[in-house]
Design a protein around this ligand. Structure first.
Ligand code: F6P
Length: 340
């Protein structure tokens, strides 16, 4: 815990952008100014920090941004910040500008960077922001809610055309190593199958059997939500067509999921997290990250937070598949179909 009074707070966004980052920046700026603390907006994440790219932030600089996706501070993935030399250089720039508190808005790699700066004597607080929601210490990260709603709406549209053509549709959603967007869309869109990096065993057999069984049961479409971490969506479509004779098409949603106007939840939670980060710095805390657990906003020591484990909830995974079954035929009819 630091006993120095904070006079200047720096704020940066880092890693993949996420809708709601602007709401967090706005909260940091306005909450700080309300406490008589100056704010420096650091451009392009850690890359901009190391290169000393920053500007003073005034209340009006964050007007009309809460409703916009992206980040007004720009963002980057910095490999330099992963090195000791990069961390020393970043801390040096903070000292040069008398930044005595730094708020980092980003995913787990960005939060790790905040901890390394704390070890260099800069007070830091992390705010989790990634559409993947793969931060182990929190049930929520800024951007997930918007991204999952964007993907859900897109999948609804694909479903219309998939039904008209009686096709199988594979829709690939973002999530390089985490399947949270895929899981949520699986439930929200009533997908017949979801393929998650945490679960999928790369054996097509079960998937192909499911497609055939569903068609026999009278389903006119078959929606497969595939996480980016598994990828291979086009090739999977070809394999499905060859093995089942059912037309299959792949749609890769891609970066559209990272943009767009944030949902109310992302705006509100980002505003709370941004304000809380300032309050924590003013209370003398450092090397902490904000998380959301069981309906409450909490702060954790960063190393402790990053060593926590979070996995796909088994129950949610199980219901995603059980609710997609269509039981409008009787059990006896299904059985008769299956044995013909
Ligand atoms: O923001 C997270 C994420 O969207 C991942 O799901 C994805 O793999 C990654 O970012 C891609 O980011 P980029 O191409 O911008 O490095």
């Amino acid at each position: 815990m630091s006993d120095r009074k904070i006079k200047t707070i720096g704020v940066l966004t880092s890693g993949g952008d996420a809708p709601g980052m602007n709401a967090a920046i706005r909260a940091v700026v306005r909450r700080s100014l309300a406490h008589g603390v100056k704010v420096k907006g650091i451009l392009k994440g850690y890359t901009g920090l190391i290169r000393d790219e920053m500007r003073d932030m005034h209340a009006s600089d964050v007007s009309d941004i809460i409703e916009h996706g992206g980040t007004i501070l720009f963002t980057a993935r910095s490999t330099e910040m992963m090195t000791h030399e990069g961390q020393v250089a970043a801390a040096e720039v903070c000292r040069k500008h008398s930044i005595d508190g730094l708020i980092v808005i980003g995913g787990d790699g960005s939060i790790r960077g905040a901890s390394s700066l704390a070890k260099q004597g800069i007070n830091t607080i992390g705010i989790p922001a990634t559409i993947d929601m793969d931060v182990p210490f929190s049930e929520y990260s800024i951007g997930f809610d918007t991204a999952v709603n964007t993907a859900m709406q897109a999948i609804d549209k694909v479903r219309d055309t998939s039904t008209s053509h009686e096709r199988c549709s594979i829709i690939e959603v973002m999530g390089r190593s985490a399947g949270y967007i895929a899981l949520w869309c699986g439930i929200a869109n009533g997908a017949e199958d979801i393929l998650l990096p945490e679960k999928y065993n790369y054996d097509d057999r079960k998937l192909l059997d499911n497609i055939i069984d569903n068609r026999r049961r009278g389903k006119t479409h078959h929606i497969i939500v595939n996480a980016e971490g598994i990828g291979d969506s086009e090739a999977l479509a070809r394999r499905i067509e060859a093995a089942t004779g059912i037309e299959a098409r792949a749609t890769i949603l891609g970066y559209m999921q990272r943009g767009g106007s944030p949902t109310a939840r992302d705006r509100v939670y980002a505003s709370i997290m941004g304000s809380l980060a300032v309050d924590l710095l003013l209370a003398g805390k450092s090397d902490r990250v904000i998380g959301y657990q069981h309906g409450a906003f909490l702060d954790y020591d960063i190393s402790e937070a990053l060593s926590m484990k979070k996995t796909i909830p088994e129950y949610e995974y199980e219901i995603a598949s059980s609710l997609s079954h269509n039981y409008y035929k009787t059990y006896a009819e299904n059985l008769a179909d299956l044995i013909d």
